[in-house]
Design a protein around this ligand. Structure first.
Ligand SMILES: [Zn+2]
Length: 91
């Protein structure tokens, strides 16, 4: 069982590498301004950063909607009277 060793292909190095390109359009960021967003996402321009922000916002909105939508309004014992109560959820 000798002569067995791990290949230490360090994947961590890729972490730094991706900072070389805009994460929206993929443009190289060498010799150009880098716009950061959320600490670790680089962009070549304000426009690209804006785009990412909007995508994130849309995604977050979707998530919230999805959760609200999933609120299973199970048919619990229906009272005789038809009561229309708008369920207002204020948290
Ligand atoms: Zn870009």
């Amino acid at each position: 069982m000798s002569g067995y060793y791990y290949h230490s292909g360090c994947p961590d190095r890729y972490g730094a590498h991706y900072l070389d390109a805009c994460s929206v359009c993929g443009k190289s960021l060498h010799n150009s301004d880098i716009f950061m967003y959320r600490g670790n996402t680089p962009f070549c321009s304000k426009e690209c950063r804006q785009e990412q922000m909007e995508m994130d916002e849309a995604r977050e909105k979707k998530l919230k909607f999805g959760r609200a939508h999933r609120k299973s309004d199970s048919k619990t014992s229906t009272p005789n009277k038809t009561v229309r109560t708008g369920t207002i959820t204020v948290s």
